[in-house]
Design a binder for this molecule. Sequence first.
Ligand code: FES
Length: 106
Amino acid sequence: MMTITKMLVGKVTDIDTRGSRTFRVNDMEIALFRLSDGEVLAVENKCPHKGGALSEGMVCGTKVHCPLHDWKIDLHSGVAMEPDKGCVVTFDVEIDPNSGSIYVTI
Ligand code: FES
């Protein structure tokens, strides 16, 4: 059975707007993205195509462009945009409105 853990991973102000931060949990690297509207989203930092580091890609709206071959991954659903096919794991993110602390459910 999987254990669900809510982890404190930093503060909203640690991430530039349209930028990203990464952290590791066991063998997995997770990328946090801050969108231009302030929303923070978390996905596995591994493109479904050939494993490119999505955290190094360009954020455009709610998508990130993989830096290797420009697949566009929706950061809400983790799904690659047509005509490409694939999906990355997404994680629930909560932000404490008072402190700006970011919690990710792993
Ligand atoms: S590895 Fe991401 S598009 Fe190829």
